[in-house]
Ligand binder design. Structure first.
Ligand code: SRM
Ligand code: SF4
Length: 567
């Protein structure tokens, strides 16, 4: 059952020789001949939370002038459950303004990124975050990534408990190497041979690994898109009491255009576990992937492909054997949505939370929209905390009733809160794409806001202005904004063209399917115009757009992604 490739992928060799993620990073940082890292180190840097990038807007021009690409780094923090204090936010803001290109980007996994960090500033950025007890280890790389959970931990005792589990899992699955501390913080070296990675081993995982915990009825973490997922099960007679979790494995979004051996996939149900069994089960899932995942070809190295190869029953049996825990039958769950709930909500302790819509998660100071300054002003007076949502938004949480007005006035004054946003826009997501993402084939974050304006006009013409339809756009098929779970997915195919996919269920529990291949804006709008016209007249009461297109036979439901996603 083991996957033993005859040739290991080059990244495996880099990891194996890295002495627990050190490589030559220390030397790379001081090479004055280039702004880049030495070959190999750009793979290891990911485990420390940063990616080498270059500004694609000026790539060709620099090439023509025989200059090296305009290298800089994207740095992604680890922030389990997306929670940070006002003091931490002020540090995030200060580091962003002083040491990066000046924006903070909230991500689809409930954390934040900086772009445009120069190599010489990396240490200062990491140290600036460390001063407020934040880090970036495992932000990226072949390890467990930021653990997501419901961004409303104060909604009930159960939500609080789930947040505690997200933190605990994040700590439990962290790499143990001291390389991060040594390189970025204290410089103290560990004597040779003294280190080990009890969980990961010297070559870590075959690929990235993602974990999320959902609290029904909201699937705002998109639990089915994760390698490892938990769905909290409350006691039916006491919604505050956590009975345990349905455990899921093998979700993932990434695919390659035209390659039928790659596909997005919903996580499978393994069964029910008690809360105390969570660490052992998580460890067993991760270790099974560590030992059985594909290490020759990174395109097929995610857990979803391991499960396809082993078969779900064999995979489940292996996890049970390693953990010593037998899964009980899963409990019934029902999700109602996978978007955020905007505006004020009241927590169980009587304090309030204000969910702010941050378009595509980008926080910067623009003329008329000084969003970063606005959050700074709020952080200076706020007594609760902040929560980044998996939909790239921000919650000002734990606000006492007497402070509500002040927070709201500040949010409005700085353009963080306006009433004039359509449900289409509020439910939309776009990945970063150009100019920083090296894999982007088309625009996403810089384009979706304008395209949405035109789609809003279409929707209004068909009397659908108040209808929520989840629209997600990515600049390539890797799926960073989870476009395959959207009712309308737009996946970049070429410089101005997209694949149009239809049929997500608005709850994040059904994959959509390709409807039009490689089309540009005019055709996207013409196609949606036609579909909106049919939806407006033919839909059943309360029927969502994604459900309608499946029921009407406009697209067929994906039953088994491995077999039929590309059909
Ligand atoms: Fe992602 C690679 C951005 C969430 C699937 N993703 C990248 C890189 C690092 C490009 C690269 O490899 O050089 C992008 C950096 C762009 C930039 O300039 O910042 C990038 N991914 C993002 C973020 C920032 C998108 C956003 O707009 O918020 C998200 C950061 C999340 C975080 O905080 O950790 C982000 N990426 C996701 C998600 C959504 C999720 O995890 O829920 C997915 C789909 C789920 C999954 O993993 O299957 C996702 N990203 C990928 C993939 C495809 C992986 C695969 O195995 O199929 C890649 C490419 C790769 O790994 O080779 C990728
Ligand atoms: Fe880049 Fe593609 Fe991810 Fe968008 S989906 S951020 S273009 S890797």
């Amino acid at each position: 059952m083991n996957a033993q490739p005859s040739t290991l992928s080059p990244v495996e060799t880099i990891k194996a020789r890295s002495h627990f993620l050190r490589g030559t990073l220390a030397e790379s940082l001081t090479d004055e001949l280039t702004g880049a890292l030495a070959p190999g180190d750009e793979q290891l840097s990911k485990f420390h939370g940063f990616y080498q990038q270059d500004d694609r807007d000026v790539r060709t021009e620099r090439l023509e002038r025989r200059l090296e690409p305009a290298y800089s780094f994207m740095l992604r923090a680890r922030l389990p459950g997306g929670v940070c204090t006002p003091a931490q936010w002020l540090a995030i803001d200060r580091v962003g303004r002083e040491l990066t290109q000046g924006s903070v980007r909230l991500t689809t996994r409930q954390t934040f990124q900086y772009h445009g960090v120069l190599r010489g500033h990396l240490r200062s950025v990491i140290q600036g975050l460390h001063q407020v007890l934040l880090d970036s280890i495992g932000g990226c790389g072949d390890v467990n990534r930021n653990v997501m959970c419901s961004p409303h931990p104060d909604q009930s005792a159960l939500h609080g408990e789930v947040y505690a589990w997200a933190r605990r899992l994040s700590e439990h699955l962290l790499p143990r190497t001291r390389a991060y501390h040594e390189l970025w913080l204290d410089g103290e070296q560990v004597a040779g041979g003294e280190e080990s990675e009890p969980l990961y081993g010297p070559t870590y995982l075959p690929r990235k690994f993602k974990t999320a915990i959902a609290v029904p009825p909201h699937n705002d973490v998109d639990v089915y898109a994760n390698d490892l997922g938990f769905i909290a099960i409350a006691d039916p007679t006491d919604p505050d009491r956590l009975l345990g979790f349905n455990c899921l494995a093998g979700g993932g979004m990434g695919a390659t255009h035209g390659d039928r051996s790659t596909f997005p996939r919903l996580a499978d149900d393994l069964g029910f576990v008690l809360p105390a069994q969570v660490p052992a089960v998580a460890e067993a899932v991760l270790a099974t992937q560590r030992d059985h995942g594909e290490r020759g070809d990174r395109t097929h190295a995610r857990l979803k492909y391991t499960i396809e190869r082993l078969g779900l029953d064999a995979f489940r049996a292996e996890v049970e054997r390693r953990s010593g825990i037998a899964f009980a039958p899963s409990r019934p769950v029902h999700f109602t949505d996978h978007s955020d709930r905007y505006g004020w909500t009241r927590g169980r302790d009587g304090r309030w939370s204000l969910t702010l819509f941050i378009e595509n998660g980008r926080l910067s100071d623009q003329p008329g929209r000084p969003l970063l300054s606005g959050l700074r002003a709020i952080a200076e007076v706020h007594q609760g905390d902040f929560r980044i949502t998996p939909n790239q938004n921000l919650i000002v949480a734990g606000v006492p009733a007497r402070q509500k007005k002040r927070i709201e006035v500040l949010a409005r004054e700085y353009g963080l809160l306006t009433d004039a946003r359509s449900p289409l826009r509020l439910g939309a997501l776009a990945c970063v794409a150009l100019p920083t993402c090296p894999l982007a084939m088309a625009e996403a974050e810089r384009y979706l806001p304008d395209l949405l304006t035109r789609i809003e006009a279409l929707a209004a013409r068909h009397g659908l202005a108040d209808q929520e339809i989840v629209i997600r756009m990515t600049g390539c098929p890797n799926g960073c904004a989870r476009p395959y779970l959207a009712e309308i997915g737009l996946v970049g195919k070429g410089p101005r063209t997209y694949n149009l996919l239809l049929g997500g269920d608005g709850r994040g529990a059904r994959l959509n399917r390709l409807y039009r291949d490689n089309i540009a804006e005019a055709e996207i709008l013409a196609t949606l115009d036609e579909l909106f016209a049919r939806y407006a007249t033919e839909r059943e009461a309360q029927e969502r757009f994604g459900d309608f297109v499946v029921r009407a036979g406009i697209v067929r439901r994906v039953v088994n992604a491995a077999r039929d996603f590309h059909d």
